[in-house]
Design a protein around this ligand. Structure first.
Ligand SMILES: Cc1cc2nc3c(=O)[nH]c(=O)nc-3n(C[C@H](O)[C@H](O)[C@H](O)COP(=O)(O)OP(=O)(O)OC[C@H]3O[C@@H](n4cnc5c(N)ncnc54)[C@H](O)[C@@H]3O)c2cc1C
Length: 384
């Protein structure tokens, strides 16, 4: 069987590595970090709390195939994610904005009237994008939408992306619609769990296979050269396959310039009490420089003497200075990415996979799914 090199030991790289190894291929997985797991990496800190140094991750999916695949590598703990937004000094309301939030922020009679209009015009239980509500024919709904937009979306989006909501693709704003119900779960997927021993343990189990060789603390770029349709690895032409889950602009030596990303700065704090805030995540939608505070013990229900929180600040990405986290979802950037995508097509044995190489925000379930689809494309086999 042929030699396969996979760059990146995150969920994308680990999933494709496992599938290819199980079908008899020798696989080398390379990661420049000293740990596996990519951004989903976690560890138990000195307080006995599972901490995620690259930001809080919650697993959720409606894809049974993805859930069944991951269930081979972990037990699960039930966890349904709830988020609150601090809109005024002392007001915490559910996000996505729902009918409970409406009654919490408006006087009762006015809230009743708005609720009635929303339900008669749009329908009970519906999930509606804020930008759609802002254009609604009813003046009352438009005014309500302006209020929600101002208190929940506008400042948060500016802090998170450095752009106003209208400047981003509608798909980004549609990710967090307004709920015309009392549903207060952040995700409504069928499967919502945390891996019982953490994401690192789960991904480490995926990678544990006799045909997978793992090389950490190794920057693949130092080994790789791509020139005129030929990939060289360690100075020799590569006659196997390269699956790359790192930044595609870096792979091609920034030939078409640096792709724009948002980066993050995390400020971790140990608080000397068992609980800090009433929800796992509180978004700061009208104040403060940070976008949100996450409290790790609430994701895993492991209350201890101390609790650990992280304040998250969104920053512009600067090459070589900080980590690229989120591709910025505006059409200009996708056009820019396409140049790299076209360049990659010149290399028959190169496949781009994952959040960075595909320049697209994806949740973990989609990372696994895309790896399954790529496996099927490369081998012609179907994932069971
Ligand atoms: C702050 C944040 C919160 C998130 N929260 C959630 C959530 O709650 N739920 C959810 O489902 N998803 C969440 N995600 C998305 C999730 O992180 C991704 O779906 C997942 O990380 C995708 O995995 P990946 O393997 O494609 O990329 P990554 O996890 O980024 O892995 C890429 C790996 O490639 C390695 N690499 C890159 N270049 C090189 C190189 N030159 N040489 C060697 N190694 C290299 C990197 O070191 C890294 O380990 C979140 C993402 C972020 C940024």
């Amino acid at each position: 069987m042929e030699k396969i090199i996979i760059v990146g030991a995150g969920l994308s790289g680990a999933t494709i590595a496992r599938l290819l190894a199980e079908s008899g291929n020798e696989v080398i997985v390379i990661d420049k970090r000293e740990n596996i797991g990519g951004n989903a990496y976690d560890y138990v800190d000195k307080n006995g709390i599972t901490v995620q140094p690259y930001g809080p991750h919650i697993f959720h999916t409606s894809d049974k195939q993805v859930f069944d695949f991951l269930s081979k590598f972990t037990e699960w703990k039930k966890y349904e994610h709830r988020v609150l937004a601090k809109v005024r000094k002392d007001k915490l309301v559910p996000v996505p904005f729902n009918l409970t939030a409406l009654f919490s922020l408006y006087p009762k009679e006015k809230a009743e009237r708005i609720k009635e209009t929303l339900i008669s015009e749009i329908g009970e239980g519906k999930k509606v994008p804020i930008l759609q509500l802002k254009k609604h024919q009813s003046e009352e709904i438009r005014k309500f939408a302006d209020f929600v937009y101002k208190n929940i979306f506008y400042i948060y989006t500016l802090k998170q992306w450095g752009f106003k909501p209208e400047q981003l693709g509608e798909a980004v704003m549609n990710r967090v619609p307004v709920y015309l119900s009392e549903e207060d779960r952040y995700f409504t997927d069928e499967f919502q769990f945390m891996p019982a021993e953490g994401f690192s343990a789960m991904i480490s189990n995926i990678l544990r296979h006799p045909k997978i060789k793992l090389k950490l603390k190794t920057d693949a770029k130092k080994e790789l050269t791509l020139s005129d349709g030929q990939i060289y690895f360690g100075g020799k032409p590569l006659d196997g396959t390269l699956i790359y889950t790192g930044c595609v602009d870096e792979l091609f030596d920034y030939k078409y310039g640096v792709l724009p990303y948002r980066s993050l700065k995390f400020k971790f704090e140990t608080i000397k009490k068992p609980s800090y805030q009433p929800a796992a995540v509180v978004n700061y939608t009208t104040s403060h420089k940070y976008t949100r505070i996450s409290e790790f013990s609430k994701f895993t229900c492991e209350q201890k003497e101390n609790t650990v929180i992280v304040k998250e600040y969104s920053k512009p990405f600067k090459k070589g200075k900080n980590i690229p986290y989120y591709p910025i979802p505006i059409s200009k950037n996708y056009e820019h990415y396409k140049k790299y995508e076209e360049e990659a097509k010149q290399y028959k044995n190169l496949y781009l996979l994952g959040r960075l190489a595909n320049y697209k925000y994806i949740n973990m379930d989609v990372a696994v799914k895309n790896a399954m689809l790529l496996y099927e494309e490369i081998t012609g086999d179907t994932v069971e």
